[in-house]
Write a protein that binds this ligand. Structure first.
Ligand code: SF4
Length: 240
């Protein structure tokens, strides 16, 4: 077996294998088509703690009702709450209402900097980063719980929720990018986390990264072993 003995080599392996897998396994969502900052911002707000297929139908209806920042800023709070509330999370619906109110009184529209976006009601650092990456204004990997899980497993790090805000972890995640488009890398990583390196029962037997993944290779590594795919399921390919 080839030993990948430095971070750069491991990152290159990760990137190449991920991009070998993704063209045959990418998911199609409306916000992945050419989208404006406004559309990407709405998508990210709807995707918070919500799986993408569930958010998709509400996203389409949202943009049909409020196709522009201007129409959104004039929306009635009651209608916004009703629509966004279908995805659960009362605080999210309230945040969307406050964002509309903010845009109505502010003359500057949606800012296109990390600092400016992060200060919008209900946005915060992850959503701001994801919006800027997905509209091609920032080269970075937006780090959420999915990215923490995949990167920690691959590099053999202890999964810790605080890593989402850790600068050294952000640097490690950004190192995975190499020269590829950040937007595509982000979508590829999200698809991979959703269908292969799942939170529960990761599909290591079908994973393109398995040969050099710490979680898959090292018995009793620091990763969360209780989530392993059962051996019998691996052997017979009985995983969904
Ligand atoms: S081998 Fe398993 S733990 Fe490692 S990246 Fe693949 S699915 Fe995740």
């Amino acid at each position: 077996m080839i030993v990948l003995d430095n971070i750069e080599t491991r990152c290159r392996f990760f990137r190449q294998r991920l991009f070998g897998w993704w063209p045959h396994n990418s998911r199609a969502f409306a916000w992945r088509e050419l989208s404006s900052m406004y559309e990407l911002l709405i998508a990210e707000l709807l995707l918070r703690r919500t799986n993408a297929p569930a958010a998709h139908s509400v996203y389409l209806e949202f943009l049909q009702n409020y196709p522009t920042t201007d129409s959104f800023s004039r929306a009635r709070a009651k209608d916004l709450k009703q629509l966004v509330g279908r995805l659960g999370l009362h605080w999210r619906a309230q945040n969307v209402v406050e964002l509309a109110q903010h845009l109505r009184v502010s003359s500057s529209g949606i800012p296109d900097t990390l600092e400016g976006l992060s200060e919008l009601p209900g946005v915060g650092p992850y959503v701001a980063r994801a919006v800027l990456v997905n509209c091609g204004k920032l080269r970075a990997v937006p780090v959420d719980a999915n990215v923490v899980r995949v990167v920690c497993r691959f590099f053999g790090l202890q999964v810790n929720d605080s890593l989402r805000r850790n600068k050294r972890f952000q640097t490690l995640a950004d190192s995975l990018l190499g020269n590829v488009q950040a937007r595509e890398f982000n979508y590829a990583l999200l698809d991979f986390a959703s269908s292969i390196c799942r939170s529960r029962l990761p599909r290591c037997a079908n994973c393109p990264l398995a040969t050099h993944c710490c979680f898959a290779r090292i018995p009793d590594s620091v990763c969360e072993k209780q989530n392993r795919e059962p051996r019998s399921a691996k052997r017979h390919g009985k995983v969904g």
